[in-house]
Design a binder for this molecule. Structure first.
Ligand SMILES: *[C@@H]1O[C@H](CO)[C@@H](O)[C@H](O)[C@H]1NC(C)=O
Ligand SMILES: *[C@@H]1O[C@H](CO)[C@@H](O)[C@H](O)[C@H]1NC(C)=O
Ligand SMILES: *[C@@H]1O[C@H](CO)[C@@H](O)[C@H](O)[C@H]1NC(C)=O
Ligand SMILES: *[C@@H]1O[C@H](CO)[C@@H](O)[C@H](O)[C@H]1NC(C)=O
Length: 607
């Protein structure tokens, strides 16, 4: 133990010397001697096995040599057909994904796919492909620091992995060293009254707070919140990690409308910088870093190892569950008209306090509303906090009146109301749930403001476009989570979120799919259609808003503008200041335009 901490200190000492004696040039020296590329496993500058062993010792044995999740399906010492068979379910299980150092929630370029032998599939080839080669299984912030310093001095690609899923391929990386904070668990602590770690009082927050000391998931934090009768703004999916990309990218939640975005809940954070130093970021110290991690994207400016977030007194919640579907396919045009009525009502519904989630599809390959046969349909659950069922009904009354003309003549309409004594009970019953993972995702999204949602002709065009044609396998998910406090927080002095959130009511996601076994050309065509046509139709009515980076098109050619909007200049300034060498690279993250991937999968200076 003593030896390990000394070894670690030795490594940290190396950084300190690097700062003062100019040894930090080691990195730029190696970089320029490797053609401007990070050192990949086949480069001469890749650390020798002995170095990895020494590094492992400094970490107290916490270095994992990564293997592809599906290695059990392929010939070799790790072949295990029982394990391979269970992967069919495991790789769709968000808890399993969260517990694995490398399994991707949404594979981007899987070069070792699981093989379904039972369905007659034949094993092809299995290579490490786009995966990290080693993972630091950090259990304390010093190990995170050590990983950062080691990656910097060795000029190797560093990937940050928390717990949960990522759609954009930001938490895996070819030939990289990953630092994984899933097992960094230094406690979840409720503070009746928020106390800043450094006496900083500039947040102005006098309420309760919860300190999240590591890679915990929302399900764990919700349990502590419920036990203390408070609400925290966290994900709809309880398997998502709290302190990473979710909150740092903005963080939508069933609680946004009343309490603000998840990013705006962060009162302070402990951050491991690219230099290896561990600092506090809040309204008093490192305020530009504080701003950047409050909405400017995860994995970009530093590695957040703990946060303290606002906690709000719990309240009763009333909710409406609603669905509609055309009685026959001939009624689909009426369904589309009713859908336009619903979308154009969202701004007023939100202003009246209703918010929540829903989805719809037209001509789907499977039923779209739970327990009903319709393959075209819409459903939502919208809630109103601190209010009664009567309030919920009143808030929905004028929309219900507009839709009632279709009821029974061309559409099936269903609506029911519920009330819950606490937010936690509402969340469990009608809102939260483990989302699906494991598929290759082709999706795009757009934030929709009042102008977009009330542009009658434009909106109808858009809805018809994103509905797609029969056989296109499209689905739309909408998040009516904004307005309210999200808009009020536009006055937040330390916010890095895309300003599009401050005027948009809805985050609308369109996702496309394909038949199992589809070839690369088919997938690419679906993706191109999403990027250009489907998202294009949303952009046409909402040209100024942008999108929510965490559920966005990872191939968006204009991602800097769309993901970050007007916040980009201050985020780029924070990136230059806190990570001048670009250690924290991730696709679509701020600063990623300085790098490109070469044919061997290495990242290299873009120019
Ligand atoms: C690191 O050390 C631990 C403990 O000795 C060992 O179990 C593990 O396999 C080592 N990791 C690597 C990559 O060698
Ligand atoms: C998902 O994985 C977790 C952890 O491996 C396991 O405990 C759970 O039973 C799995 N759930 C399902 C539905 O298979
Ligand atoms: C639609 O009409 C049916 C039959 O009259 C009625 O039971 C149902 O409540 C109506 N649905 C809505 C949402 O108004
Ligand atoms: C309505 O949307 C169309 C795109 O479908 C756009 O060309 C037009 O400018 C929009 N109108 C307004 C008032 O924004």
């Amino acid at each position: 133990m003593l030896f390990n901490s000394f070894a670690l200190l030795g490594l940290l000492g190396a950084i300190a010397r690097a700062e003062t004696e100019g040894v930090s040039d080691v990195n730029s020296f190696v970089l320029s001697n490797n053609g401007g590329c990070k050192c990949g496993p086949s480069d001469r500058c890749w650390p020798a096995p002995l170095i990895w062993n020494v590094f492992n010792l400094t970490l107290g044995g916490k270095l994992i040599a990564d293997t592809p999740p599906a290695i059990s399906c392929y010939d070799g010492p790790q072949k295990d057909l029982a394990k391979c068979a269970s992967l069919q379910a495991d790789l769709k299980n968000s808890t399993y994904i969260g517990n694995s150092p490398v399994a991707p929630g949404f594979p981007v370029n899987d070069q070792c796919p699981p093989v379904n032998f039972a369905a007659g599939e034949v094993a092809g080839t299995c290579t490490m492909g786009g995966l990290p080669r080693y993972t630091v299984d950090a259990t304390n912030p010093l190990q995170v620091s050590a990983a950062v310093v080691f990656a910097h001095l060795s000029n190797i690609r560093l990937v940050i992995r928390n717990t949960g899923h990522d759609i954009l391929g930001r938490s895996i990386g070819d030939g990289s060293l990953a630092v994984w904070i899933h097992n960094l668990r230094q406690g979840i602590t409720f503070q009746k009254t928020y106390t800043a770690s450094d006496k900083c009082s500039k947040s102005g927050w006098k309420g309760s707070a919860i300190k999240i000391g590591g890679g915990y998931v929302w399900g764990e934090v919700y349990a502590i919140a419920e036990a203390n009768n408070v609400i925290v703004v966290g994900g709809g999916d309880p398997s998502v990690g709290c302190i990473g990309g979710y909150a740092q990218g903005g963080g939508h939640s069933p609680a946004n409308h009343n309490y603000g975005l998840a990013a705006d809940q962060i009162l302070e954070a402990q951050v491991v910088l690219a230099s290896g130093l561990i600092v506090t970021a809040n309204a008093c110290q490192n305020t530009d870093l504080f701003t950047a991690i409050r909405g400017g994207g995860g994995g970009t400016y530093g590695i957040v190892v703990s946060t303290i977030v606002k906690a709000h007194p719990t309240t009763r919640v009333s909710a409406q569950v609603f669905s509609m579907a055309p009685l026959t396919d001939a009624n689909i045009p009426d369904f589309m008209d009713a859908l336009a009525i619903m979308y154009s009502a969202y701004p007023d519904l939100a202003d009246a306090g209703l918010n929540g989630y829903g989805s719809w599809a037209a001509n789907s390959y499977a039923p779209v509303i739970p327990n009903l046969p319709y393959t075209t349909g819409y459903s939502h659950a919208l809630a109103i906090m601190g209010k009664s069922i009567t309030d919920a009904k009143n808030a929905f009354a004028s929309t219900a009146a507009k839709l009632s003309v279709y009821n029974g003549t061309s559409l099936f309409l269903y609506s029911d109301y519920y009330t819950f004594p606490t937010y936690a009970q509402y969340y469990r019953t009608l809102s939260g749930g483990l989302g699906p993972v494991g598929s290759e995702a082709a999706l795009g999204s757009r934030l929709l403001d009042r102008k977009a949602l009330t542009n009658t002709t434009g909106l109808k065009n858009m809805l018809n476009t994103v509905a797609g044609n029969p056989g296109q396998f499209l689905q739309n998910n909408f998040c009516l989570v904004s307005g309210g406090q999200v808009f009020k927080d536009r006055a937040e002095p330390f916010s890095g979120v895309n300003p599009g959130w401050r005027t948009s009511y809805v985050h609308n996601i369109v996702a496309g799919g394909w038949f199992p076994g589809a070839d690369a050309a088919t997938k690419a065509a679906v993706h191109k259609d999403i990027t250009e046509v489907k998202v294009g139709s949303m952009r046409a009515i909402a040209p100024d808003t942008g999108c929510y980076m965490n559920e966005a098109d990872r191939l968006d050619p204009d991602y800097l503008v769309n993901f970050y909007g007007g916040a980009l200049p201050k985020l780029q300034a924070a990136k230059r200041k806190y990570d001048p060498t670009g250690l924290f690279y991730c696709p679509t993250c701020v600063g990623s335009d300085a790098w490109k991937e070469d044919s061997q999968g290495r990242i290299c200076k873009a120019n």
